[in-house]
Design a protein around this ligand. Structure first.
Ligand code: CAO
Length: 646
């Protein structure tokens, strides 16, 4: 074990750069290349990766700090033996220390197996430089030809630079956060390939589409076939968007299609202005160089169209810098103008991940600097969807979310006068909560009639006495007391589903909410420890809370912590309804209006005061048998209050 101080590496000469994110904490076990901090200068934002694996002992910078090259970042406990404590950081070597190739005369790659190969930044497709946003390899890594070495990002595109050969990474000369230009040395590879390639794979967006034939001078309009340009060696690349339609008049440089490989997203611009006569490509197609995109009617350009002949890949492939000067440049090659596929700011690895997960990146909230989406953002978004959480819990889910077809917008004024009334905050919250609960909770509703003849007789007997004590005695406190007893009798009703999906939270307290209709909307004050309170106390408290609710004076704490809810429409009417569970509670009792009904007593029909009850429950937490027991017990208590004292 050794302790090392990891320092801020070369940050492209910038000084006093802002620390906008600290990505590790003491105790974290990190791998090589794990991000330690995110820095942001006025030029770029960059993740600073760890050059070593180990356990973070302490973090020496905090968010909001500024730092420069060489500042201590973290103290790391590494596996390596023999290294002195607090040894200077092994952060990537500053650029100045790295053997830097002259872009124009970079050392030639070894042509022999086992030779050292200098891998440079390839042609950036017209961009003079791009940000190195990710270094995908570490010194000592054994890599395969085609493995991503670095990720570059210009203001037009993100692109992964693949390795031109298999081998072992000897040294890395480029730094995350630095600006890279064509020919800059990326790394040195001890090649194990049979022969080092003469041309580096292209990591760029395509060259502009190549008109099929060399145009012959003509003054009249001509038709040209526009084909997919060189894709830097990529084949069968997805067409994710077709940006034009037949008949469109387009200008030179207008995007024709958007392609996406696992390395880059790129728009393919039109090499000429003209009118789209025929589209020969569709979204979802897989295309390679030479695939026909469209026929373009061009003013005063070429003579009539000839069959499309794709430019041979070798013609437009990008040579490694050392042979760049001799790279054949087709006369019709235009500078590629590539840009990200849409307004989403994300690298290809994130796009690929989103595509694989079916995530629409435009809906993912970003946490990265300048709105850049990272893999964590995509993960967090997917997690929130899986957990059924809206990113804006205080509002109702937007129409059409959750895959539910939206209710079409209707102009009601076509049938008569209308008036738009603003929803109160409580009504909007209720709407959001009801939708959330209805969509998340598998509801079952059971119905029963409780015989409250004796309860009502008792209540009426006690009413005058209660009034003397300043209490209005309605059926509600009796319902509260009976529900508390039933919750204790059948504890499976006094639970909540744990967010981890693996546990149930069994509550040992009995707090019951009562739905109160107020002018501003429905609110649910909670009466605590109902099982420990008497009927008068419950009557008094429910009246006070209902009054406070109507006056809009309830405090948030008075509406929290409920185990179960009673929603009584008794004073209003109706014979039954299906209440929606007030999650995270798992059950709710709906109470309708009591009435006298004929009940068969075994010998004859007897007039009895029957109270219609409806019990909705979350079938994930409660099974039908539990519900049956709870409901039967509740009805029996309401039928004979003496059971409460047993
Ligand atoms: N059947 C018949 N009569 C009933 C009854 C029932 N189930 N429940 C109450 N009543 C009677 C009461 O006894 C009282 O009559 P008396 O004055 O003659 O005794 C009368 O109806 C009015 O009761 P109340 O409303 O003053 O008091 P309560 O304790 O029954 O109810 C509260 C309190 C807060 C539940 C109620 O005021 C309220 O807001 N109810 C509406 C709740 C609601 O909107 N629920 C819907 C939720 S789901 O969308």
């Amino acid at each position: 074990m050794a302790k090392e101080i990891i320092k801020v590496p070369d940050i492209g000469g910038s000084e006093n750069v802002d620390v906008i994110e600290v990505s590790v904490a003491p105790g974290d076990v990190i791998a090589v290349e794990d991000t330690l901090v995110v820095l942001e200068s006025d030029k770029a934002s960059m993740d600073v990766p760890s050059p070593k694996a180990g356990k973070v002992i302490s973090v020496l910078l905090k968010e909001g700090d500024t730092c420069s090259e060489g500042d201590a970042l973290i103290e790391l406990e590494t596996e390596g033996a023999g290294e002195a404590e607090s040894e200077p950081a092994q952060a990537p070597a500053p650029a100045a220390e790295a053997p830097k190739a002259e872009p124009e005369v970079a050392p030639a790659p070894a042509a022999q197996s086992g030779g050292k190969l200098v891998v440079p930044v390839p042609d950036l497709g017209g961009d003079s430089s791009a940000d190195v946003i990710e270094i995908c390899v570490a010194v000592g890594d054994d890599i395969e030809e085609g493995d991503s070495l670095i990720v570059l990002e210009s203001d037009k595109a993100s692109m992964e630079v693949p390795s031109p050969a298999s081998g072992k990474v000897v040294s890395i000369s480029i730094k995350e956060g630095a600006k890279a230009s064509e020919g800059d040395e990326i790394l040195i590879l001890e090649s194990t390939s049979a022969a080092a390639p003469q041309v580096a794979p292209v990591a760029e967006a395509p060259a502009a589409p190549v008109p099929a034939a060399a145009p012959k001078a003509s003054s009249g309009p001509s038709i040209e076939n526009i084909n997919v340009p060189d894709l830097g060696g990529d084949e069968n690349v997805d067409v994710i968007e077709v940006c034009v339609a037949e008949g469109d008049e387009i200008a030179e440089g207008d995007s024709l299609i958007v392609l996406e490989s696992d390395k880059a997203s790129m728009e393919v611009p039109s090499p000429k202005a003209g009118k789209i006569i025929k589209l020969t490509i569709a979204e979802g197609d897989k295309v390679s160089v030479g695939h026909p995109i469209c026929q373009l009617q061009v003013e005063g350009g070429a003579a009539e169209a000839e069959p499309a002949i794709a430019a041979p890949a070798a013609d437009v492939s990008v040579a490694v810098p050392q042979v760049k000067s001799s790279r054949p440049t087709p006369s019709n090659e235009l500078h590629p103008q590539f840009s990200s596929s849409d307004s989403v700011y994300a690298g290809p690895a994130v796009r690929k991940m989103a595509r694989e997960l079916g995530v629409d990146l435009s809906k993912v909230p970003s946490s990265g600097p300048k709105g850049r989406l990272n893999k964590d953002d995509v993960n967090a978004y997917v997690k929130s969807i899986m957990q059924g959480r809206s990113s804006a819990p205080a509002s109702a889910p937007a129409a059409g979310t959750s895959g539910i077809p939206p209710i079409p917008e209707v102009d009601f004024s076509q049938w008569g006068d209308i008036e738009l009334q603003k929803m109160s905050k409580i009504k909007k919250l209720t709407a959001a909560n009801m939708t959330r609960n209805w969509l998340n909770v598998p509801h079952v509703t059971q119905f029963d009639d409780a015989d409250i003849t004796d309860l009502e007789a008792f209540r009426k007997d006690m009413k005058a006495q209660a009034e003397k004590a300043g209490v209005k005695l309605t059926p509600l406190p009796f319902l509260l007391k009976a529900c508390a007893a039933a919750l204790k009798y059948e504890p499976s009703f006094n639970v909540s589903m744990h967010a981890d999906g693996e546990h149930i939270v069994q509550k040992k307290y009995v707090h019951i909410g009562v739905a109160v209709a107020t002018p501003a909307g429905l609110v649910v004050p909670v009466i605590r420890d109902v099982d420990k309170k008497g009927i008068y106390e419950l009557a008094k408290e429910s009246t006070e809370l209902a009054n406070k609710a109507r006056e809009g004076k309830l405090k948030p704490a008075e509406m929290q912590g409920g185990c179960f809810t009673i929603s009584s429409l008794g004073p209003i009417g109706g014979t039954g309804f299906t209440p929606i569970v007030n999650a995270p509670e798992v059950a709710i009792l709906g109470v309708s209006k009591a009435s006298i009904k004929p009940v068969w007593n075994g010998k004859e029909f007897e007039p009895r005061q029957m109270l219609p009850l409806c019990l909705s429950y979350d079938h994930r937490a409660i099974n039908g048998a539990d519900a049956g027991r709870f409901f039967t017990y509740l009805s029996s208590i309401l039928g004979d209050l003496r059971q409460l004292i047993l």
